[in-house]
Design a binder for this molecule. Structure first.
Ligand SMILES: [Zn+2]
Length: 199
């Protein structure tokens, strides 16, 4: 089999860089916590943001191509793939229709994830399935348990809250997954404001 693992797809890298800047501009990230990936056409390699990258200044060198079968990768300046690489790979292995995964710690949605309040589904992003956004129990960031339980939850959902942590969304492309993150943050904001008005 021909392995094209050493060829980088600049089009995909550019999409990830643009999306990282967009997520930073929309204030959906705190510190260096988020991660983004895109699966390439061969479905054998994903491009993912490097561990500990600042989305504000994220550049081409901060995107790493990872073989989803053996997790091998090449990078510059000793950068390593995101700590949530196993989670992203788990999603791609479970979902043949998904080509992008986005993980953010957007403030309102993450506040719900830290609170005992559930986040209700609202109109605005396709069919409403269930009353509340699914929440995955807390497991430490980067752990194999988080990767397993979050990718399991994303078998039947395009969005989940990670308890005491943040938001993860998937889509057929990066724009869909990003819009879904914005939607989750938007409904969290609306529900927070509604709650305050009703006090
Ligand atoms: Zn996180």
């Amino acid at each position: 089999m021909i392995d094209f693992g050493d060829i980088m797809d600049n089009n995909i890298i550019e999409k990830i860089v643009k999306t990282a800047h967009h997520i930073y501009d929309k204030e959906m990230i705190l510190g260096k916590a988020g991660n983004i990936s895109i699966l390439d056409e061969s479905k054998q390699f994903m491009y993912i943001t490097a561990s500990g990258t600042d989305f504000k200044s994220l550049s081409h060198e901060d995107v790493i191509k990872v073989n989803i079968n053996d997790l091998s990768y090449t990078s510059v300046d000793n950068k390593v793939p995101s700590m949530e690489t196993n989670l992203h790979v788990g999603v791609y292995k479970n979902r043949s229709d998904v080509n992008s995964v986005v993980h953010v710690h957007s403030p309102y949605a993450t506040a719900f994830a830290f609170s005992n309040k559930k986040l209700r589904q609202l109109e605005g992003f396709g069919e409403i399935t269930g009353e509340y956004i699914t929440e995955v129990d807390y497991y430490p960031p980067g752990s194999k348990k988080l990767a397993k339980y979050a990718s399991d939850a994303l078998k039947n959902e395009d969005k989940v809250l990670l308890k005491d942590h943040g938001v993860i969304t998937v889509g057929k492309n990066i724009d869909e997954a990003t819009l879904l993150c914005e939607y989750i943050e938007g409904i969290a904001k609306t529900q927070y404001i509604t709650h305050v008005l009703n006090l």
